[in-house]
Every structure is written in structure tokens, then in C-alpha cells.
Design a protein around this ligand. Structure first.
Ligand SMILES: [Zn+2]
Length: 133
């Protein structure tokens, strides 16, 4: 298969029926006792970001402690609604995955010194993103 053909196939698979909107896989969010378990491993693989970075973002946004279990699930201390967690995950994807220039989800994130740089595989844009405190 030609590279261009392969690329358009990947792009097609990443798009949904709803126009060009990028739809990451559904994340299973479950409240268990006083904890919220977020199965972010599939999402992390799909968007090519480390689970640890997503966890850090959620901890910051929800101002709650969190950890990652051996299967890649994020365990947040505290009960958070599925709706709230999904909103945060959507915001994460918007901030750290979708190219700010061409809106392509095909981007890579790399750490340079103490900053994260997003590189877009679609348009070649390269820009820093904010650090999660
Ligand atoms: Zn781009």
C-alpha cells in the first residue's frame, strides 16, 4: 500500500460519521466505593499519550489524588461523575492531542527539557503545550 493511501485510511478510521469530529474510544468510568476507576489505557494507546500524563491532568483538574494500577487504569481518590470525567478527558484531548493549527488528531508529544512539544503529523506544526502543575 502506498504511504498516501495508508495515511488516508488511518485518517478515515479516526473520523466518525459526524463530519470531521474526532471521536476517541469510549472510556469506561466506574465509581467503586470512594474511588473512581477510569479505564484510560485504550484511550491512551489510541491518542498516543502516556497514561501517566492523562492521570496527572485529571489529578490537577479534579484536585484529587490518583494512581495507576498494573493494568493501566487510573484510580482517582473521590467520587466523580462519568459526565465530569468525560468532560475532562475531552478537554485533555483538545489541549494535548488535537493540532491547534489544522485540527488533526495525528500528533505526537515529546518532552524537551521540562516542556512538552506537540508535533503534528498532518501539517507539520510544532508548538509547546502548558505543563500540568
Ligand atoms: Zn496540524
Amino acid at each position: 500500500m502506498e504511504y498516501d493511501e495508508l495515511l488516508s485510511k488511518i485518517m478515515k478510521e479516526k473520523k466518525t460519521g459526524r463530519g470531521d469530529r474526532f471521536a476517541p474510544p469510549q472510556v469506561n468510568i466506574m465509581i467503586s466505593g470512594q474511588k473512581t476507576v477510569i479505564s484510560a489505557d485504550i484511550l491512551a494507546k489510541y491518542i498516543n499519550r502516556p497514561v501517566a500524563h492523562i492521570a496527572k491532568y485529571l489529578m490537577h483538574e479534579l484536585t484529587a489524588p490518583g494512581q495507576i494500577d498494573s493494568t493501566g487504569k487510573i484510580i482517582m481518590g473521590g467520587k466523580f461523575s462519568r459526565h465530569l470525567v468525560q468532560d475532562k478527558l475531552d478537554a485533555y484531548v483538545k489541549e494535548y492531542v488535537i493540532c491547534k493549527q489544522c485540527k488533526s488528531p495525528d500528533t505526537q508529544m515529546k518532552k524537551v527539557d521540562n516542556n512538552y512539544i506537540i508535533t503534528c503529523l498532518g501539517c507539520g506544526a510544532e508548538y509547546p503545550v502548558g505543563r500540568i502543575k
